[in-house]
Design a protein around this ligand. Sequence first.
Ligand code: HEC
Length: 138
Amino acid sequence: MKKLSILAATVLVSGQLFAAEPAHSSAELQADMKKQEEALATIQKGLLYGNKDMVKDGVNSLKAANKVATLKDSLKTYLPDNKKAFEKQAIKAGEGVNKNADLLLASLNENKYGESFATYGKLLNDCNTCHLVVRGWK
Ligand code: HEC
């Protein structure tokens, strides 16, 4: 059994995450993150299949699931002790998710495809940038 430094109350057992004790709203957070992951998959599918309505649905779900405003108050609790200094950067990445979701859709609707695809890449980078800090990979 290997202890994760990410969430004090989370332990890694054979590759799966279990909450040993409920950490600060971690179940809710994980549910929102799962929704974001699914929304991102919908966006990607919409782009790959050339279905703008699907991209739009994905963007709407993503924005509904991205609780960066709520996370602002509690993000510190998810950061490893030596990574608290990166809190602002992580929050900025969270705000980037919503901004880039809007930009992606806007450029797609203007048939600026290259720009739209590049923005999708930036959006994914926003997710990973916060995780980088949260997971102590940085
Ligand atoms: C502001 C910080 C932040 C941003 C931005 C962010 N996440 Fe997360 N995410 C977290 C935290 C905190 C966790 C929980 C700790 C962990 O899993 O390492 C997490 C965990 C996850 C998980 C794993 C959940 C689980 O049940 O183990 C997924 C999937 C995920 N995020 C998807 C996304 C996607 C997709 C995006 C972008 C659209 C995103 N996240 C953006 C903070 C963030």
